[in-house]
Ligand binder design. Structure first.
Ligand code: NAI
Length: 338
């Protein structure tokens, strides 16, 4: 079975090659992102394996199908970058990796929170310049603070546990509350306005769907406490970035830790250090001392990469054998989330 792997990075190549020792598939690694412009590279491949910032719109999917693709094997949990209706019309099944390490992502959310609070990013630069002053580095005790976890699926549940471990009061919101979690942890489900009003820190762990796009807009931000810390390791478009910038400028948002950005496609995962950054909104975000942006790296642990590679190839094996595709994602799944 020939598999065309797009947006390949050194870490993917290593993990997929290691996982493939068990399967013996014919892997071809392409560096470009998969879009309607690059889709013809996959001509002749039955399986196409895109990454999280590839764009599988109707045009790209049609070209892939015309080129012989019969399975789209996403090496991500999120599937908001795929036009699932177009895939269904073409009869192209889409499989994903629903879970690879909720710990990787939740731990990164906690890392952003702690680094921002104690201003580690600023302290690191200062000390390297032999500036040992402490002015402007005052943080707060996380212990005793109220943390709002939006979305208590796999990742949000781990985040809630971590925050309980810090001695925080944890409020949660989810369209499908996790009763077991609520029984196990000192956690309370509340509606979103209450979560916003009460929380010192808000961390986002819902998928991007039509219902969650710009979940954090100017109105939601107005509900939040002055000085709130916002953490987003979900998807960039959960936040209306312009509204966030406005709230940061007014000091209403005290800090923002962002692993994702709504216009990250074509920017994140690339070394653009010798170019002029063309995205003015991102450029503005990067000027704030109280904003920490990472380049969609929350998933990036050895364990997560091994799991992503293993499940991706297991999905392909199930397809090859004509078995039920347990990790298939369909258009109606998105509608269920709305
Ligand atoms: P999950 O499916 O286990 O949990 C998502 C939760 O969100 C579910 O409990 C669901 O009921 C809830 N939800 C869905 N729509 C909602 C709405 N409108 N309002 C309130 N709650 C809603 O997903 P998981 O594994 O926890 O991942 C969450 C998201 O994290 C993914 O969809 C993905 O976008 C993002 N992610 C980011 C990564 C990164 O590297 N930054 C890596 C992996 C995932």
């Amino acid at each position: 079975m020939q598999i065309a792997i797009f947006d390949t990075h050194a870490f993917d190549r290593l993990a997929l090659t290691a996982a493939n020792e068990r399967y013996g598939f014919d892997l071809t690694f392409f560096e470009p992102r998969l879009t309607s412009t690059t889709a013809t590279l996959a001509a002749g491949f039955r399986v196409v394996c895109p990454f999280v910032n590839d764009r599988l719109d109707a045009d790209a999917l049609t070209l892939l199908h015309r080129g012989g693709a019969r399975l789209i094997a996403l090496r991500s949990a999120g599937y908001n970058h795929v036009d699932l209706r177009a895939a269904a019309t073409l009869g192209l099944p889409v499989v994903r990796v629903p879970e690879y390490s909720p710990y990787a992502v939740a731990e990164h959310a906690a890392a952003l929170m702690l680094a921002l609070n104690r201003k580690i990013h600023r302290a690191f630069s200062r000390v390297r310049e032999a500036n040992f002053s402490l002015d402007g580095l005052v943080g707060f005790d996380v212990h005793g603070k109220t943390v709002g976890v939006v979305g208590t699926g796999r990742i949000g549940a781990v985040m809630a546990r971590i925050m309980c471990g810090f001695g925080c009061r944890v409020l949660a919101s989810d369209i499908q509350p996790n009763e077991q979690l609520a029984n196990e942890l000192p956690l309370r489900y509340v509606d979103l306005p209450e979560l916003y009003r009460e929380s010192d820190i808000v961390s986002l762990h819902v998928p991007l769907t039509p219902a969650t796009r710009h979940l954090i807009d100017a109105t939601a931000l107005r509900y939040m406490k002055r000085g709130v810390m916002l953490i987003n390791t979900g998807r960039g478009a959960l936040i209306d970035t312009r509204a966030l910038i406005d709230a940061l400028k007014r000091g209403h948002v005290g800090a923002a830790g962002l692993d994702v950005y709504e216009e990250e496609e074509g920017i994140f995962f690339r070394d653009l250090s010798d170019q002029v950054l063309q995205d003015d909104v991102l450029a503005r975000l990067l000027t704030f001392p109280n904003v920490l942006v990472t380049s969609h790296q929350a998933f990036l642990t050895t364990e997560a990469l091994a799991n992503i590679a293993g499940t991706t190839l297991a999905n392909v094996r199930a397809f090859e054998r004509g078995e039920v595709l347990l990790n298939e994602v369909r258009a109606e799944h998105v509608l269920r989330d709305v």
